[in-house]
Design a protein around this ligand. Structure first.
Ligand SMILES: [Zn+2]
Length: 138
Protein backbone atom coordinates (compact mmCIF):
# COMPACT_ATOMS: atom_id res chain seq x y z
CA UNK A 1 0.00 0.00 0.00
CA UNK A 2 2.81 2.35 0.89
CA UNK A 3 4.74 1.64 -2.28
CA UNK A 4 1.57 1.89 -4.36
CA UNK A 5 0.92 5.26 -2.79
CA UNK A 6 4.51 6.28 -3.61
CA UNK A 7 3.92 5.36 -7.24
CA UNK A 8 0.70 7.39 -7.32
CA UNK A 9 2.42 10.30 -5.63
CA UNK A 10 5.12 10.09 -8.29
CA UNK A 11 2.45 10.50 -10.95
CA UNK A 12 1.56 13.91 -9.59
CA UNK A 13 -1.84 15.18 -10.74
CA UNK A 14 -2.63 11.94 -12.55
CA UNK A 15 -2.01 10.04 -9.31
CA UNK A 16 -4.37 12.49 -7.61
CA UNK A 17 -7.09 11.70 -10.16
CA UNK A 18 -6.55 7.95 -9.68
CA UNK A 19 -6.74 8.31 -5.89
CA UNK A 20 -9.87 10.42 -6.26
CA UNK A 21 -11.48 7.75 -8.44
CA UNK A 22 -10.54 5.01 -5.96
CA UNK A 23 -11.97 7.10 -3.12
CA UNK A 24 -15.16 7.70 -5.14
CA UNK A 25 -15.39 3.97 -5.87
CA UNK A 26 -15.05 3.20 -2.15
CA UNK A 27 -17.78 5.71 -1.34
CA UNK A 28 -19.91 4.10 -4.06
CA UNK A 29 -19.23 0.65 -2.61
CA UNK A 30 -20.18 1.94 0.80
CA UNK A 31 -23.44 3.42 -0.51
CA UNK A 32 -24.20 0.27 -2.47
CA UNK A 33 -23.53 -1.85 0.61
CA UNK A 34 -25.74 0.39 2.73
CA UNK A 35 -28.62 0.39 0.25
CA UNK A 36 -28.55 -3.39 -0.24
CA UNK A 37 -27.67 -4.73 3.19
CA UNK A 38 -28.56 -1.73 5.35
CA UNK A 39 -25.09 -1.51 6.79
CA UNK A 40 -21.48 -1.02 5.71
CA UNK A 41 -18.00 -1.53 6.99
CA UNK A 42 -16.89 1.67 8.68
CA UNK A 43 -13.40 0.98 7.29
CA UNK A 44 -14.56 1.62 3.72
CA UNK A 45 -15.56 5.31 4.04
CA UNK A 46 -12.61 5.76 6.41
CA UNK A 47 -10.23 4.47 3.75
CA UNK A 48 -11.97 6.62 1.13
CA UNK A 49 -11.43 9.71 3.24
CA UNK A 50 -7.82 8.68 3.90
CA UNK A 51 -7.28 8.46 0.14
CA UNK A 52 -9.10 11.71 -0.48
CA UNK A 53 -6.53 13.69 1.46
CA UNK A 54 -3.46 12.78 -0.66
CA UNK A 55 -5.69 12.90 -3.76
CA UNK A 56 -6.68 16.50 -3.13
CA UNK A 57 -3.12 17.39 -2.14
CA UNK A 58 -1.86 15.99 -5.42
CA UNK A 59 -4.51 17.84 -7.39
CA UNK A 60 -3.68 21.10 -5.70
CA UNK A 61 0.11 20.81 -5.65
CA UNK A 62 0.66 19.10 -8.97
CA UNK A 63 3.77 17.00 -9.13
CA UNK A 64 5.06 16.46 -5.62
CA UNK A 65 8.39 15.02 -6.74
CA UNK A 66 9.25 18.50 -7.93
CA UNK A 67 8.04 20.21 -4.81
CA UNK A 68 7.90 18.13 -1.66
CA UNK A 69 11.60 18.56 -1.01
CA UNK A 70 11.18 22.31 -0.80
CA UNK A 71 7.93 22.36 1.15
CA UNK A 72 9.64 22.49 4.53
CA UNK A 73 12.59 24.61 3.59
CA UNK A 74 12.92 28.32 4.00
CA UNK A 75 12.78 28.95 0.26
CA UNK A 76 9.13 27.95 0.07
CA UNK A 77 8.07 30.41 2.76
CA UNK A 78 8.72 33.55 0.77
CA UNK A 79 11.35 35.02 -1.45
CA UNK A 80 14.58 36.11 0.15
CA UNK A 81 15.77 39.48 -1.00
CA UNK A 82 19.03 39.85 -2.82
CA UNK A 83 21.65 41.77 -0.85
CA UNK A 84 21.28 45.02 -2.87
CA UNK A 85 17.47 44.85 -2.50
CA UNK A 86 17.81 44.24 1.20
CA UNK A 87 20.27 47.13 1.56
CA UNK A 88 17.87 49.48 -0.23
CA UNK A 89 15.07 48.28 2.03
CA UNK A 90 17.17 48.75 5.17
CA UNK A 91 18.29 52.22 4.11
CA UNK A 92 14.72 53.46 3.76
CA UNK A 93 13.31 51.72 6.83
CA UNK A 94 12.50 53.39 10.16
CA UNK A 95 14.79 52.19 12.93
CA UNK A 96 14.94 50.08 14.95
CA UNK A 97 14.23 47.07 12.79
CA UNK A 98 15.45 43.50 12.72
CA UNK A 99 17.27 41.65 9.98
CA UNK A 100 17.87 37.92 9.68
CA UNK A 101 21.23 37.54 7.94
CA UNK A 102 20.50 33.89 7.29
CA UNK A 103 17.28 34.58 5.37
CA UNK A 104 18.43 38.01 4.14
CA UNK A 105 15.17 39.64 5.12
CA UNK A 106 13.63 42.12 7.53
CA UNK A 107 12.03 40.13 10.31
CA UNK A 108 10.46 40.31 13.76
CA UNK A 109 12.20 41.42 16.95
CA UNK A 110 14.64 38.92 18.45
CA UNK A 111 13.75 35.88 16.42
CA UNK A 112 13.46 35.31 12.70
CA UNK A 113 9.86 34.81 11.57
CA UNK A 114 11.06 32.58 8.81
CA UNK A 115 13.83 30.33 10.14
CA UNK A 116 13.04 30.68 13.87
CA UNK A 117 16.66 31.43 14.69
CA UNK A 118 17.68 34.19 17.04
CA UNK A 119 21.45 34.00 16.52
CA UNK A 120 21.17 35.33 12.96
CA UNK A 121 18.84 38.23 13.80
CA UNK A 122 20.47 41.64 14.14
CA UNK A 123 18.80 44.67 15.67
CA UNK A 124 19.53 47.72 13.57
CA UNK A 125 19.39 50.94 15.57
CA UNK A 126 22.18 52.96 13.96
CA UNK A 127 24.69 52.95 11.11
CA UNK A 128 27.11 50.85 13.16
CA UNK A 129 24.49 48.08 13.41
CA UNK A 130 23.86 48.40 9.71
CA UNK A 131 27.58 47.84 9.03
CA UNK A 132 27.48 44.73 11.24
CA UNK A 133 24.59 43.38 9.19
CA UNK A 134 26.38 44.08 5.93
CA UNK A 135 29.46 42.23 7.20
CA UNK A 136 27.30 39.31 8.34
CA UNK A 137 25.54 39.17 4.99
CA UNK A 138 28.77 38.42 3.12
ZN1 LIG B 1 15.91 33.73 9.25
Amino acid sequence: MDSLLDVLLGWGRLGGVVLLLVAAALFGLCLFDYSTTGSYFIVVPGLAIALLVPALMLLVMGNPENRHFTLNTEESQGPSLSVPELMADMASRTRPFWVCTHCKMITGPGVCLKCDQSSTVYTVMDDEDLRMVLVALD
